[in-house]
Ligand binder design. Sequence first.
Ligand SMILES: Nc1ncnc2c1ncn2[C@@H]1O[C@H](COP(=O)(O)OP(=O)(O)OP(=O)(O)O)[C@@H](O)[C@H]1O
Length: 371
Amino acid sequence: MHASQRSTGAAIEIRKASKRYGAFTALNDIDLDIRPGEFMTLLGPSGSGKTTTLNLIAGFTDITSGTLQIGGKSVTGLPSHKRNIGVVFQHYALFPHMTVGKNVAYPLALRGIKGDERAKRVRRALDMVKMADFAHRYPSELSGGQQQRVALARALVFDPPLLLMDEPLGALDKKLREWLQLEIKRIHRELGTTFVYVTHDQEEALVLSDRIAVFNGGRIEQIGTGRELYDTPATLFVGRFIGESTVLRGSAEVSGDETAMVIGGQKVFAHGRLADGARPVILLRPERVALKRAGADVVAGENRLTGTIAEAIYLGSGSKYEVRLSDGTIAVVRSPLGATDFVIGDTVDVTFLRSDLILLPDDASADVTLT
Ligand SMILES: Nc1ncnc2c1ncn2[C@@H]1O[C@H](COP(=O)(O)OP(=O)(O)OP(=O)(O)O)[C@@H](O)[C@H]1O
């Protein structure tokens, strides 16, 4: 599509929004600002409130308390068909008795757009999803991925300022999903429409999003870019949900601006301290940890814990190890190509810089929710 065809994306502002079903609170006091043209992903485990949030924006369900604005206007009480929003769901809701062309033309027919203008827009939308050659087929004659591309064309054909997608790739196999992720990203870049995307797949969220809102138990734990969530998670739940990690627990002592933790009889040090009363844990990212032969020289500022290689996996681009520490914790380590190789049973030092570890308050829900 040409720059002249770019639509202006709508901003979304959600304030203190709650959604209750009887005594059950599905959404608990969430605040969410989405910028015009942004790709925002709602990420979280099953039942955390992602779909409920999308349904509130779409107008499929009412807010119990709080406010919701789209494009600077309150939409309270405005029915979904008046919100001018494109929607794509996991299970293709194409009309089975209509051809692809008719399906994509449908939103235009509803809006009274006829003749050449309608045909031109349908062609443009099908071109965008690379389905122009399929206009005369019926949905049953298409693969799952092709059906989702048609659903996307139908959701975008009327140039909505806002597109909502709920696990649109959930039913597709991995290769197809990865290819369509890139297609969706390209289309977003070309259009300038605001995209709000629901997934429980953190890798998908990282590939697609400008920013990600991480949901847990009806609340938003953190909103940020993938990099912010990975490097500086606000909570243990976010740190564990995004990317791989190892969590170290032990008895902690705080002295001045430093926290020491005893793990399996060995002491490690962290810069900083938590608020009084919080029980600290250490979160390690696998590529921020290096393995060394037991007894190698210690580098200034380095922590080390002794362990035994429990699993060694060669990945081509490097190796991944699981190391059993003396307290039984399994530490995940990714070594770059060219680093020393280790085999199962080797005794190693697991080393990491104080500046590379992440100190967070312990949170039992981070473990429960992920299992
Ligand atoms: N109509 C309803 N009546 C009662 N409870 C509901 C209703 N709709 C949703 N819920 C509950 O609200 C909670 C949040 O649901 P929601 O669909 O938003 O979760 P989700 O994060 O999208 O999960 P999933 O990835 O499984 O779709 C769930 O516990 C769900 O059971």
